[in-house]
Design a protein around this ligand. Structure first.
Ligand SMILES: *[C@@H]1O[C@H](CO)[C@@H](O)[C@H](O)[C@H]1NC(C)=O
Length: 411
């Protein structure tokens, strides 16, 4: 073999090597690799040394992880060993797989043959004994369209002037760069806020300490405000639609039972940080919380956002998703800073009434707890993710709302 042949072989080998090191194929989330020409973990976006196909091959995996991270406490506080009877599906139907449990209660357990003994009696048909009581995909689409049409309290087009400014890609959401000099809301017709459900809702927003790890203690007026809110929303067509649907599906036998359950699941306190009763589904979703490492947790409501922006406490940075609706309610996926803490992707309905959001989140939490719930609004698909709080229960093993939010679709 001549020198020329040897050189050729060396050259071919080098090309093959370089080829694999210039692509993210099989390298997504690989640790920093000094030998490689470019990188494939999410830090590469910051360091500007991503491979050209990073976005295509790895960023979408990142995105789905981000959605999971939305309910971060799950990771830091696994749900293991918190049940009275770990060998039973009591209070655990459709729970996410957790390797710590001796047996399982989600639909896959049948395939894997590791269901708890009482899985069939407690969880088959989503835990409902008659299959006609199970809520189907189609029924969710129909009831969500009904609720959408019933929302007569929502903002009209002229009630809100949005200034959504900079649109960024999903790979840029952790940059923490303020790309929008102006506020998100140029104008909101505050007459909306004198409608009874809005007024009752706004009264609730200042009843919470935003910091997790700081216990909530309600005085009698604040407790009364919770009841007023529930009473007011129950007068609306939106909540009447929801109740009659759930009643027909045998989830609730009376309005009182329904309201009392809503009160527990949304307003019941549990401990997210270190202090006794520092959190609830309502606080998390509608008022917003801040975690010790300066991240905004929850905070998915447009009225809260507008009021805090007006106070100078929210700084809108950009959006990575703007829903297809051309009237309200619309949906935005936003980046913003709330009193020094950052929200990487916060989705929110814009211009909807409080009862509308409360109804859709409750619908999804009740019919698809801990899962993605597919709805239809004005002919457009929309998905809501809910999570259950698994560490403590109320009533007969019922779960509190940990979070509920609109899933921002991949673009
Ligand atoms: C803003 O955050 C600081 C802590 O960083 C806190 O002390 C203060 O109460 C917060 N302000 C409001 C209005 O939430």
């Amino acid at each position: 073999m001549g020198t020329r042949d040897l050189l050729l072989i060396v050259l071919i080998c080098r090309l093959a090597w370089a080829g694999s090191m210039e692509s993210c194929a099989h390298r997504c989330e690989e640790k920093f690799n000094k030998a490689a020409d470019c990188q494939c973990n999410h830090q590469c976006e910051q360091h500007k040394d991503c491979c050209e196909d990073y976005e295509q091959l790895c960023a979408s995996q990142e995105e789905s992880k981000k959605m999971e991270a939305e309910w971060e406490e799950k990771e830091t506080a696994p749900a293991s060993n918190v049940y009275l009877a770990p060998n039973s599906c009591h209070g655990r139907c459709q729970e996410a797989y957790d390797q710590h449990h001796p047996c399982h209660c989600n639909s896959k357990c049948q395939k894997f043959g590791n269901c708890c003994e009482d899985y069939d009696s407690l969880c088959a048909n989503d835990g409902f004994s008659h299959s006609s009581d199970a809520i189907t995909k189609e029924e969710l689409l129909t009831i969500s369209e009904k609720i959408y049409k019933a929302d007569t309290n929502k903002a009209q087009k002229e009630d809100i002037v949005l200034n959504s400014q900079n649109h960024i890609s999903s790979s840029e959401t952790n940059d923490q760069v303020d790309r929008s000099p102006e506020p998100l809301y140029s104008y909101v017709n505050e007459e909306l806020f004198s409608k009874p459900t809005y007024a009752a809702f706004i009264n609730l927003l200042n009843n919470y300490h935003a910091a997790t790890g700081q216990g909530e203690h309600f005085n009698s007026q604040q407790l009364a405000e919770q009841d007023t809110f529930l009473q007011e929303i129950m007068k609306t067509a939106v909540m009447k639609e929801l109740y009659s649907f759930l009643h027909q599906k045998n989830r609730y036998s009376s309005k009182q039972e329904f309201v009392s359950d809503l009160k527990n699941m949304w307003f019941g306190l549990y401990t997210r940080g270190d202090d006794e009763g520092d959190s609830s589904g309502f606080e998390h979703v509608f008022s917003g919380e801040v975690k010790k490492r300066k991240e905004v947790s929850g905070f998915h409501n447009w009225i809260r956002f507008y009021l805090q922006e007006k106070e100078g406490l929210v700084n809108y940075y950009s959006h990575n998703y703007n829903g297809p609706w051309d009237s309200y309610p619309d949906v935005l996926g936003m980046q913003f800073n709330w009193n020094g803490s950052y929200k990487e992707v916060g989705t929110a309905f814009i211009g909807s009434s409080p009862e509308f959001e409360f109804a859709l989140y409750s619908l999804c939490f009740i019919s698809r707890p801990g899962k993605v719930c597919h709805l239809s609004l004005g002919g457009y698909p929309l998905a809501i993710q809910t999570y259950t709080w698994d560490k403590i229960t109320y009533g007969n093993g019922k779960k509190y709302v940990a979070t509920a939010y609109v899933v921002s679709p991949k673009e």
